[in-house]
Design a protein around this ligand. Structure first.
Ligand SMILES: Cc1cc2nc3c(=O)[nH]c(=O)nc-3n(C[C@H](O)[C@H](O)[C@H](O)COP(=O)(O)OP(=O)(O)OC[C@H]3O[C@@H](n4cnc5c(N)ncnc54)[C@H](O)[C@@H]3O)c2cc1C
Length: 431
């Protein structure tokens, strides 16, 4: 048994870890096992990738590239390959992953199971929109190959399927063409939510990537809006990668009431002063947090939660304002707070998180009951607004909010593999 935690470090749980390293041996491995769940890089914040006292199928051993067609941009790889390794392989050949989350240290299987989104949802949707086929292995040994055009119901259940339809071993992804690893970017400060929504609307047509940092302790909801477009700037030296590591777990969270307000004020004013246009390398623009390895330790031994919601656009302004008020009143929160809009498009997956609207994501140091009480107040706002929470970030949402937010749940359950079970599935689906 091995003690494993997820990114939020809310607890460390004993697991029987079975490493998958040969895709041709996955059938016998699954057939001879008790119930389990696939585990990629464990970059999910809560319990979607955990199965305390049960089996974890560790997929990072399935890390082989199978084929890459440089003319069409079609990549076939095993599901444990990291997005970082794909980017490094394909960008020099003029291709890039169309959609990536805020860290590239995740596996392809994890990106599909949570149907992750990036900063360009309004243009290119989510990760699953670019997957051409999946090879899925069920715990009874049945192999299912599915894609958007064949066995599309299995595909829609598996994209965003929280790892519960089987273990994905192989995947084909359609990359998109890119002229260079650089982006033309701009940072614009905004004073309140009205300005945020104006900027988001104005940017949708001309900017592929949009995201904003929001100061969760400010009264009006000020922040910094970042937008970017791929650009061709010819040859430039790659920036030197300077990776630091959070060296230890501090005895208390470094993010607290004393540090948050001054940090946010300094950060906002500094960035406002530096705002404007620049040419930015894709790694700094897409994955700024990857430069500080193990930054999740800064929240101390009790770990942290992330609360990520999406609410429909029509009620988005009011719902976000109410949530920010509750958070400001609580004095909690973190400088890691993101506000962005999703485009007006439906997701491929039955259980995919993205829906048209506005999404707010904030980290909170774990202060026990006090934090959970705050979440209950935020849940009520999300529920009332007709929104949903993101299971990839969740460790505590109540079942009624999950069921209300995911109306295709009962359809999805028909595709579940009875041999797959996670802490999240037991919490929210009963088994
Ligand atoms: C700093 C940071 C920034 C992030 N930014 C974003 C963001 O911008 N957008 C976003 O959408 N997410 C974001 N995330 C969340 C992250 O992208 C997802 O949680 C992702 O799914 C993690 O992938 P993983 O390989 O670590 O998978 P894990 O966390 O280990 O597992 C996630 C899920 O995938 C399943 N799974 C993994 N491999 C397989 C497989 N081979 N077959 C079947 N199921 C499998 C697991 O069972 C589990 O249900 C961020 C996370 C961090 C830490």
């Amino acid at each position: 048994m091995v003690a494993i935690s997820s990114w939020g470090r809310l607890g460390s749980f004993e697991h029987e870890v079975a490493v998958l390293y040969d895709r041709h041996q996955v059938v016998p491995q699954l057939k001879s096992s008790r119930a389990g769940i696939a585990h990629g890089m464990g970059r999910s914040y809560g319990d979607v990738c955990l199965n305390p006292d049960g089996v974890l199928w560790q997929t990072t051993g399935l890390d082989r590239f199978i084929s890459f067609d440089q003319n069409s941009g079609r990549l076939v790889c095993e599901a444990g390959v990291l997005l970082r390794d794909i980017q490094r392989l394909v960008i020099p050949h003029g291709w890039i992953l169309p959609v990536t989350p805020g860290t590239q240290l995740v596996t392809v299987g994890g990106a599909i199971a949570n149907d992750v989104h990036g900063k360009n949802h309004h243009v290119l949707g989510s990760f699953g929109d670019h997957v051409k086929w999946i090879k899925l292995i069920r715990t009874d040994g049945v192999i299912i190959e599915c894609g958007p055009d064949f066995l599309s119901d299995w595909f829609a259940a598996t994209v965003g399927g929280l790892g519960l339809t089987g273990v994905i071993t192989e995947v084909a992804i359609q990359l998109r063409h890119v002229a260079s690893p650089w982006l033309d970017t701009e940072t614009v400060a905004y004073a309140n939510l009205d300005e945020f929504f104006h900027l988001a609307d104005d940017s949708e047509a001309d900017w592929e990537h949009t995201v904003s940092w929001i100061d969760c302790v400010s009264k009006g909801g000020r922040g910094l809006f970042m937008r970017g477009n791929p650009t061709d700037v010819g040859q430039r030296p790659e920036p030197k990668s300077r990776k630091l590591t959070m060296p230890f777990v501090p005895p208390i969270s470094l993010v607290n009431r004393l540090s948050l307000r001054p940090f946010n004020m300094t950060y906002f004013n500094l960035k406002k002063w530096q705002a404007g246009r620049s040419i930015t390398h894709y790694e700094s623009f897409f994955y700024p947090l990857d430069n500080l390895m193990e930054w999740n330790r800064m929240y101390g031994p009790k770990g942290f939660f992330q609360y990520q919601s999406v609410v429909p656009r029509a009620v988005g302004h009011d719902a976000v304002q109410e949530m920010l008020k509750e958070i400001a009143r609580s004095g909690d929160g973190s400088f890691l707070a993101v506000l962005k809009t999703f485009g007006n498009r439906q997701s491929v997956g039955m259980m995919s998180f993205p829906q048209p609207g506005v999404t707010l994501a904030l980290d909170f140091p774990n202060k026990g009951n006090r934090t959970l009480k705050l979440f209950e107040r935020l849940d009520a706002i999300v529920h009332e607004a007709g929104g949903r929470l993101y299971p990839a970030k969740d460790a505590r949402m109540p079942r009624n909010l999950f069921e209300a937010g995911y109306p295709r749940l009962s359809e999805f359950l028909q595709y579940r593999d009875p041999g797959m079970s996670s802490a999240l599935s037991r919490r929210l689906m009963g088994n």
